[in-house]
Write a protein that binds this ligand. Structure first.
Ligand code: HEC
Ligand code: HEC
Length: 485
C-alpha cells in the first residue's frame, strides 16, 4: 500500500478509525477508542461559522465519508420532523437514513443496532423490516431470522400490488417467506440516500414518486413536489401513520434533507479528496450545477448543449499526479471514455431501436459529477434476474416471480418487476433508475437489491455484462475512482 507518503503518522481520531475499519494497522496496532460519532470535524469541513454538529466523518473500507448540512444546521436535529416519530411504530426517517451511513443504512450499522437492542430498535419492525410482515418476532432468535435480509444486505421490503391495468399476470410466486402474492409482491430494496437530492430527476428506484405535470416546461413535476409527496408516503408506509402528515411537516422534512450532502472526503491512500486540485468531498458537490436534462445523452439538454461523455471531471486536476491520486484520475478517465457495446438493455436498446449502442459508463450516468441520469430513464440491466450475468452478484433469499404477458403469452422470471408495477407495462419489467453515484464507499452493498457486495463486484458485473474486457489494473483504477466519489 502506498499510503505512507500521504497518511499522517498519528493514530488518533477519525484517521485511526478509518485505518482500523479498513483492517489496516494503526500506529502498531493501537485500537482507537473513539466512536464514529466522535470523530473530529475541523473548520475545513464546515460552512463558515457553522458548528461542528453540522458535519460528520464516517470511516469506511476506503477511507472516510464526510456528510454535511450545507446551511450549517445540525445533522441530528430532534426539532425536525425528519427525526420525529410521526407514525405508530416508533420509526422516523432517520431509522433508515443515518448520517453515519451516508444517509442510508448498511449491514454493519444494522448488525450493531441489532446487537445493542436485541432487534427491538424501531428499524426492526415487521411491516417492512422483516422478510414477511407475518414473521415471528417474539424472541431474539426469531427476530434474527425475521430480519435476515436487513441484517445481511440492509434490504427493506417494499410491498406493491400488481396494478389493475397490468399487461401481465403473476403466474407463480416462489417466496421463501410465504407471504408475497399479486395483492402484495415483496420487493427487497436498498434505501436510497436521503442526501444529494438536488441532482435527482426521478425519485425512488422505480420512479414511483416522480410525477408528470404538463404545466412544467420539462413535463414533469418539480423534485420539490415529488419529495414532499415522498415524505408523506414514507411516513404512512414505513412509519405506519394512519393519516397524512401536514404540509408544514412535509416542508420541514424537505428543509432538512435537501441541505444534506454526502461524499467520500478522505481516501486511505490518496488523502483528502479536495486537496491539490481534487474536487471530491461534499462541499464541491454542493456547488455542482445541475438542471433537469443537463448533459442529456440524447441531446435534449434544455440549455442546448450537446452530450459530453466526459461527465466526471472532479479529479481532472489529478491527471498528472502520482500514486493513488493518479489511479483515481485513471479510473475517472475509464468511466468517462472507455467505450463498450451496450446491448440488451431494456429502456435503451429496445426503446431507441438501436440493438448495439457504442457507449461509456456516462451514457447512462450522465449528470456531471453526480452520476445519475439527468432525465427519468428506467433501465433494465438484468439485475432482477434470478441469476444475473457474470455470477458475482448475490440475489440469494429473494422471492422469484413468474410473470406472463397477457397478449403474447411470453413469460419471464424476475425477483423485482420494478417500474412495471407502477405503469403496468410489460416492457417496464425489471427497469430501475440509475442512482446518484456519490458517497458510494459509505453504502455497500450496491444496486437496488444490494446484490453487489463491493464496488469491485459491481465493476466485475459490468465487465461481464457488456464484455468490456477490463484488465485487473483497470478494474482497480475504476474501483479507486468509484470509492473516491
Ligand atoms: C424503513 C426504512 C425507511 C424509512 C423509515 C424511511 N425510508 Fe426513505 N427509503 C427507504 C427505501 C427502502 C427507499 C427506496 C425504496 C424504493 O425505491 O422502492 C427509500 C427512498 C427514499 C428517498 C428517495 C431518494 C432517491 O434517490 O430517489 C428519499 C428522499 C427518502 N427515502 C426519504 C425519506 C424520508 C423523508 C423519510 C421519513 C418521512 C423516510 N425516507 C423514511 C427506506 C426508508
Ligand atoms: C446501460 C446503462 C448503464 C451503463 C452503461 C452503466 N450503468 Fe451503472 N447503473 C445503471 C442503472 C440503471 C443502475 C441501477 C440499477 C439497479 O440497481 O437496478 C446503475 C447502478 C450503478 C451502480 C450502483 C449504485 C448504487 O447506489 O447501488 C454503480 C456503482 C454503477 N452503476 C457504476 C457503473 C460503472 C462503473 C459503469 C461503467 C463500467 C456503469 N455503471 C455503466 C445504468 C448503467
Amino acid at each position: 500500500m502506498a499510503k505512507a507518503h500521504l497518511a499522517p503518522s498519528s493514530c488518533t481520531t477519525w484517521l485511526g478509525m478509518a485505518l482500523a475499519a479498513a483492517g489496516g494497522a494503526c500506529g502498531g496496532g493501537t485500537r482507537p477508542a473513539a466512536s464514529p460519532e466522535a470523530l473530529a470535524v475541523d473548520q475545513a469541513d464546515l460552512a463558515p461559522g457553522a458548528s461542528t454538529a453540522s458535519a460528520t466523518w464516517t470511516p469506511n473500507a476506503f477511507g472516510a465519508s464526510l456528510t454535511v448540512r450545507a446551511d450549517g444546521g445540525p445533522l441530528t436535529d430532534p426539532s425536525s420532523p425528519f427525526f420525529q416519530s410521526l407514525g405508530t411504530n416508533g420509526r422516523s426517517c432517520s431509522s433508515c437514513h443515518l448520517a453515519s451511513a451516508g444517509m442510508t443504512i448498511t449491514p454493519g450499522a444494522m448488525q450493531r443496532l441489532f446487537a445493542r437492542t436485541g432487534g427491538t430498535d424501531p428499524v426492526f419492525r415487521p411491516n417492512d423490516g422483516a422478510t414477511s410482515p407475518l414473521a415471528d418476532v417474539s424472541t431474539v432468535r426469531a427476530r434474527r431470522q425475521a430480519y435476515a435480509l436487513l441484517l445481511a444486505r440492509a434490504l427493506i421490503r417494499v410491498g406493491i400490488k400488481l396494478p389493475d391495468n397490468a399487461e401481465f399476470e403473476l403466474v407463480a410466486v416462489d417466496d421463501p417467506y410465504g407471504y408475497a402474492s399479486a395483492k402484495e409482491l415483496s420487493l427487497f430494496r436498498r434505501p436510497l440516500p436521503a442526501a444529494n437530492l438536488a441532482f435527482l430527476s426521478a425519485v425512488m428506484w422505480d420512479g414511483r414518486e416522480t410525477f408528470k405535470d404538463p404545466n412544467q416546461p420539462t413535463g414533469f413535476a418539480t423534485i420539490h413536489f415529488d419529495l414532499a409527496d415522498q415524505a408523506n408516503s414514507a411516513t404512512q408506509g414505513h412509519a405506519q401513520a394512519p393519516s397524512p402528515i401536514s404540509d408544514a411537516q412535509r416542508e420541514a422534512i424537505l428543509g432538512f434533507e435537501t441541505q444534506v450532502y454526502t461524499a467520500q472526503g478522505w481516501d486511505l491512500m490518496a488523502g483528502r479528496l479536495d486537496a491539490a486540485g481534487g474536487q471530491g468531498g461534499p462541499w464541491a458537490l454542493s456547488r455542482q450545477p445541475f438542471h433537469f436534462g443537463i448533459n442529456d445523452t440524447l441531446g435534449n439538454d434544455p440549455a442546448g448543449d450537446p452530450f459530453d461523455p466526459v461527465a466526471m471531471t472532479l479529479y481532472a486536476g489529478w491527471a498528472g499526479a502520482r500514486g493513488a491520486r493518479a489511479a483515481i484520475a485513471r479510473g475517472q478517465a475509464l468511466f468517462d471514455s472507455r467505450t463498450f457495446d451496450i446491448t440488451g438493455v431494456g429502456g435503451l436498446n429496445d426503446d431507441l431501436g438501436i440493438p448495439v449502442l457504442r457507449g461509456t459508463c456516462t451514457t447512462c450516468h450522465d449528470a456531471p459529477n453526480a452520476g445519475d441520469h439527468s432525465v427519468p430513464l428506467p433501465l433494465r440491466l438484468g439485475l432482477d434476474a434470478p441469476a444475473p450475468a457474470g455470477g458475482v452478484l448475490d440475489v440469494s433469499g429473494l422471492p422469484v416471480y413468474l410473470l406472463r404477458n397477457l397478449a403474447t403469452g411470453e413469460t419471464v422470471q424476475t425477483t423485482d418487476p420494478g417500474r412495471a408495477l407502477i405503469t403496468g407495462k410489460w416492457k417496464d419489467v425489471g427497469r430501475f433508475k440509475g442512482p446518484v453515484l456519490r458517497g458510494l464507499a459509505a453504502r455497500a452493498p450496491y444496486f437496488h437489491n444490494g446484490s453487489a457486495a463491493t464496488l469491485e463486484d459491481a465493476v466485475r458485473f459490468y465487465d461481464t455484462r457488456f464484455a468490456i474486457g477490463l484488465t485487473d489494473d483497470e478494474v482497480a483504477d475504476l474501483v479507486a475512482f468509484l470509492a473516491a466519489l
